[in-house]
Design a protein around this ligand. Structure first.
Ligand code: BES
Ligand code: MN
Ligand code: ZN
Length: 503
């Protein structure tokens, strides 16, 4: 029996966006498929696998010769391609170095990503992977990495992605499929976040995002959307104000998946569908990447989708503050003062510091309506974070050391590492006209932004993840394709699934 698990089946059915994700298929088999154009053989740096020895013999030593002339020793993440090998029906063989055989989850995902990159040619359509030496988790993790890298957002391209099919020979098919299915659920959340991040600003407004969230209702997720007049009624003027310069205005989007009776964990996402800067307009060329300023909200929604799909035993609510930060006569002006739902007033010293404004009202709503045990916000918040930590590390700020530890550990195990940065510079947030100003009058911008948020967390244990720079990749690397990364989905899902063990 062939167990075909199509990516299409695990994707969100969220209509227009799902059509953009390509769909390779994986089948797990007991033996190496001979019906393929490409054979992938793994090799450790210590000994030859049985498969390698047997194919080397068949090709009269062609494989070992190609390996040696290419100085291939089986080192981790090294590759050799052998074309039209003698006596084999395959068009090519790809040797893949494993290094030591005790690879971590993160290393396997990364290696999978690079296998996919090495198989990107169009002529390669049917791939046989020889993986008998892997245990079930390892095999599933490799397949996961292959899928993550193969994702392409080709909606606006004439030439569409051509699907590939993989036949992966494993020793315990049933076990591999079980692990693969859980990773496929996580993958669906990552792809949702990537699709949302890649989508262009005109096609993904706050209302479009809300509609995407509503598609999760079929998974048993309760979705609530608040419109500008309702936001005003509740006193959520900070969130409402950021969207005032755009036709649709702001939305609060709430997606609640209740998989347990514990108090919920609230994930607060920054959802700026385009950040022009407002009247403090962005003059740097980086403005072209500001469609991705909703990646925090996308990560929150992707996490809920992943957990709902796998019917995880967790209670999680994503609260996403959505707005387009645009310039118009009705936009907030620098110098304006807003009163937040929390009650504190804020002087708008810079309209480009809009993310924190949507987050604080969303945090208030989460606390007020859900009494969460933990608040985690995730946001493409500051250029300062990006300059300090770059595109691979996320910044974490928190008053709760246990949360820092848990989230950092989760991030490390899924290749979404975090670096702990300090809160502080409280004095820089003093305003002469209001309770707070929205930008620091000096100090490091990532820290003053985080400290600003801290005023709106009450007594709830809280962590803030600044993912500026992590959302949209300029080029492909490891398991990440070019464009939207889906950063945060793996980190948050891993944390939510494992944090009970480390309480
Ligand atoms: N969305 C930006 C932050 C950003 C910068 C994200 C680069 C991704 C890449 C945010 O809204 C912003 O403009 N922040 C300002 C704040 C400043 C005015 C205090 C910044 O960091 O420059
Ligand atoms: Mn901004
Ligand atoms: Zn922004």
């Amino acid at each position: 029996m062939t167990l075909k698990l199509s990516r299409l089946a695990v994707l969100t059915s969220a209509l227009f966006l799902s059509a953009t994700s390509n769909a390779d298929t994986f089948s797990f088999e007991n033996k190496i498929s001979s019906n393929a154009d490409t054979l992938v053989l793994f090799q450790s740096d210590t000994h030859k696998s049985a498969a390698m020895t047997s194919y080397d013999k068949k090709t009269q030593g062609q494989l070992s010769k190609a390996a040696s002339v290419n100085e291939f020793t089986g080192a981790y993440n090294s590759f050799v391609e052998i074309l039209a090998p003698t006596n084999l029906d395959y068009d090519r063989v790809l040797l893949v170095g494993l290094g030591s055989e005790t690879l971590s989850q993160a290393q396997l995902t990364q290696l999978g990503g690079n296998i996919s990159a090495n198989l990107s040619k169009k002529q390669i359509q049917n791939i046989a992977l020889s993986g008998q030496s892997f245990n079930a988790e390892q095999a599933a993790q490799l397949a996961h990495g292959i899928n993550l890298r193969a994702y392409q957002f080709d909606k606006y391209k004439q030439e569409k992605y051509q699907e590939k099919s993989y036949s992966f020979s494993v020793s315990n098919k049933k076990d591999v499929v079980k692990h693969y299915q859980q990773l496929a659920d996580i993958q669906s959340g990552i792809f949702l976040a990537r699709d949302l991040t890649n989508e262009v600003p005109t096609e993904l407004t706050p209302v479009d995002f809300a509609n995407q969230a509503k598609a999760l209702e079929k998974l048993g997720v309760t979705v609530t959307v608040l419109e500008p007049n309702e936001l005003k009624k509740l006193g959520m003027n900070a969130l409402e104000a950021v969207g005032r310069g755009s036709d649709q205005g702001s939305r609060l989007v709430v997606a609640h998946y209740q998989g347990s009776d514990d108090a919920p964990v609230a994930i607060i996402g920054k959802g700026i569908t385009f950040d022009s800067g407002g009247y403090n307009i962005k003059t740097h060329e980086s403005i072209v990447r500001m469609k991705s300023d909703m990646a925090g909200a996308a990560a929150a929604l992707g996490t809920v989708q992943a957990l709902a799909k796998m019917k995880a035993n967790v209670n999680v609510v994503a609260v996403m503050g959505m707005a387009a930060n645009m310039v118009s006569e009705s936009s907030v002006a620098p110098g304006d003062v807003l009163t937040t739902a929390e009650g504190l007033s804020v002087e708008i010293t810079n309209t480009d510091a809009e993310g924190r404004l949507v987050l604080i009202d969303a945090m208030w709503y989460a606390r007020e309506k859900f009494k969460p045990s933990v608040l985690v916000d995730i946001a493409t918040l500051t250029g300062g974070k990006y300059r300090a930590l770059g595109t691979e590390l996320g910044g974490i700020f928190s008053t709760d050391d246990k949360l820092v530890k848990q989230l950092t550990y989760a991030g490390k195990s899924v290749n979404e590492p975090l670096w702990h940065l300090p809160l502080g510079y409280e004095d820089m947030l003093k305003s002469s006209i209001a309770d707070l100003r929205n930008t620091g009058s000096g100090g490091p911008s990532a820290t003053t932004a985080a400290t600003f948020l801290q005023h709106f967390t009450g007594d709830t244990p809280w962590a803030h993840i600044d993912m500026a720079g992590n959302a949209l990749n300029a080029s492909a690397k490891n398991e990440y394709p070019v464009g939207g990364t889906g950063y945060g989905v793996r980190l948050l899902t891993e944390w939510l699934l494992t944090r009970d063990n480390s309480k």
